[in-house]
Design a protein around this ligand. Structure first.
Ligand code: ATP
Ligand code: MG
Length: 569
């Protein structure tokens, strides 16, 4: 590609709207152009990076025995009603009506469409297993689109779906995808971890997420220092410590706590510790208010709450909304006498004689006990795990880290095939539902995640397998015949060797060319300039290490090819 001919605008200034480094660098390096919130055009350089990811994904999916197809973005609502997800999916699903007033939606994922294809086209156990995938644009009306391509409303996903005759066969398909994902992210040059995950709106019984470790990740991963356990915090199961203390239930009492509204202030005033106090938080679950009780020093895990309530959406409400619903001023809410539905974290269930808000300004309650003093509609593991909790598998020490979810594999089971009546005939002629799995990769997000992990103050440092161009040739003497001829020759020789090469033939100062080459993150830079005239040499520089060497134009291609070979995974 000739820089002078393409659309590759670089910015010196850091765009104010970008909060994280990958977003800043992608905007500065001309990857994309924002059309509206969470919706971008991919410019040539950004698209070239996306294509690199797609190629790796394609190769590994094909190698794992999956076959590519392409399904539509527009999907009839009727299909989603059949699977029961039209209501359940919530406001992320973009719904609209066509000219015939038929309800439709833009696909955020394709379980319904693929199940419809398979139920109509495959009928026998002999046709199975099958695994089909596509690389396609998805639409999700995200509540908080942000960080550029990291969380867009429109983005590129690779989604694959497997169909098997039995659970054990589906297990093999799942494993195969899991291994393919390991290869894909390794080849992309990413530092990642596979963790146990919640199945979310997709449904299903079992899943793993592939997390790229980066401080800016929106997910928190918990892992054990002593065993293999690793999970998304949303999923991490809490193993309660044994509580053998038996304390008799004491009489309920009202205590004055003037002006003390926050957990710390109440505890200090009453001379108690936060583990003796229980917080009452109010969430709206699909428009119904629910009181959630957790210990004073704990946080509610919304995903666990959502799963318990079977809700599409749960959101904690603010003090004013709590007052409107309960009539209780900020900081004094408690479960005793509260009329909304109450669910309780399992840890609270094992507490006796604890403190709660008194449902009255300046008062709390003492010696409170669940069930005796208020009605409980459910008890469950509802809080977030912390590093003070033991590993749920081995009891070892836990650690937390941030991660970016780049891929997700699900064991779906027969949920979709049963609701959509997708069946095949088994060996005995019996109709059975297909056992399904589904497997996603955020292709556009992978590019952003790779940049989060690979950059410095000067710009991006692309791992060779993802770099849109492996080599940039700088022509620093546009008007010098010898320099220009050498740069042009190098450009065509590298191209003929199959190297992705960008020729900077713009009429720009050398300083800006060097800066842009760094910003774009091209792994190898070849400078053709004064050295050629003076000593017959060109300079080769490695973007990652900064190491340079001077070689003759005749040697350059061989030198570069051997460097590239080392970096190709
Ligand atoms: P998240 O928790 O980040 O919203 P998800 O669990 O909703 O992700 P999946 O339904 O598993 O995502 O989708 C498969 C993959 O698509 C994810 O692993 C992620 O890499 C990518 N992805 C999901 N939502 C977005 C988005 N809004 N923008 C870009 N990529 C996305
Ligand atoms: Mg999501």
């Amino acid at each position: 590609m000739r820089y002078s001919e393409t659309l590759l605008p670089t910015l010196k200034e850091t765009p104010a709207e970008a909060e994280i480094v990958s977003h800043r660098l992608m905007l500065r390096a001309g990857f994309m152009h924002k059309l509206t919130s969470g919706i971008y055009s991919y410019l040539p350089y950004g698209l070239a990076a996306i294509r690199k990811v797609e190629n790796i994904v394609r190769e590994e999916m094909n190698r794992a025995g999956a076959h590519e197809l392409l399904m539509p973005s527009v999907q009839p609502a009727d299909l989603w009603k059949e699977s029961g997800r039209y209501e359940k999916y919530g406001p992320e699903l973009l719904r609209f009506r066509d000219r015939h007033d038929r309800e439709s939606c833009l696909g955020p994922t394709h379980e319904e469409v693929i199940t419809d294809i398979i139920r109509k086209m495959l009928h026998s156990y002999r046709d199975l297993p099958i695994n089909l995938y596509q690389i396609q644009t998805k639409f999700r009306d995200e509540i908080r689109p942000r960080f550029g391509l990291m969380r867009g409303r429109e983005f590129i996903m690779k989604d694959a779906y497997s169909f098997d005759v039995s659970d054990s066969a589906a297990e093999i398909s799942y494993r195969r995808m899991y291994e393919a994902y390991r290869r894909i992210f390794t080849r992309c040059g990413l530092e990642f971890r596979a963790v146990q995950a919640d199945s979310g709106a997709i449904g299903g019984s079992f899943s793993h997420e592939f997390m790229v470790l980066a401080e800016t990740g929106e997910d928190t991963v918990v892992f054990c220092r002593e065993c293999e356990y690793a999970a998304n915090i949303e999923k991490a199961v809490i193993r309660l410590k044994e509580n053998n203390q038996v304390e008799p239930l004491a009489e309920l009492e009202k205590v004055e706590t003037p002006g003390k509204r926050k957990v710390d202030a109440v505890c200090e005033f009453l001379q108690i510790s936060p583990d003796q106090l229980v917080k009452t938080l109010v969430f709206i679950a699909d428009s119904v208010p629910v009181g959630v009780l957790v210990r004073g020093d704990r946080e509610v895990e919304e995903v666990k709450l959502k799963n318990l309530l079977g809700a599409a959406d749960v959101e904690m409400i603010d003090d004013k909304q709590v007052y409107d619903i309960t009539g209780v001023p900020t900081g004094y809410l408690g479960p005793v006498g509260l009329t909304i539905k109450i669910v309780v974290d399992q840890e609270v269930e094992s507490m006796v004689n604890f403190y709660v808000g008194g449902n009255e300004k300046n008062y709390h309650m003492k010696n409170v006990n669940a069930i005796r003093d208020f009605e409980v509609s459910a008890v469950a593991d509802l809080r977030q795990i912390t590093t003070t909790d033991p590993c749920p598998e081995c009891g070892g020490k836990l650690e937390l880290t941030e991660g970016i979810e780049v891929g997700h594999v699900f064991k779906l089971g027969t949920g979709y095939s049963e609701s959509m009546q997708a069946t095949f005939q088994d060996e005995n002629g019996q109709e059975k539902p297909f056992v399904m799995g589904c497997y996603g990769i955020g292709v556009s997000r992978v590019v952003a995640a790779a940049i989060e992990q690979n950059h410095d103050d000067n710009g991006i440092i692309f791992p060779v397998p993802l770099a849109p161009y492996t080599v940039i040739v700088l022509n620093l003497g546009l008007k010098d015949k010898k320099i220009t001829e050498a740069a042009e020759r190098l450009y065509s020789e590298l191209q003929s060797q199959g190297v992705d090469v960008l020729l900077d033939d713009r009429d720009e100062r050398p300083g800006s060319k060097f800066k842009d080459a760094d910003l774009l993150g091209v792994p190898f830079r070849v400078t053709v300039g004064k050295s050629l005239t003076n000593s017959g040499l060109v300079e080769v520089r490695d973007r990652k290490s900064g190491a340079t060497e001077e070689v003759t134009p005749d040697q350059v291609v061989a030198v570069l090819l051997s460097k590239i070979a080392v970096e190709q995974i």
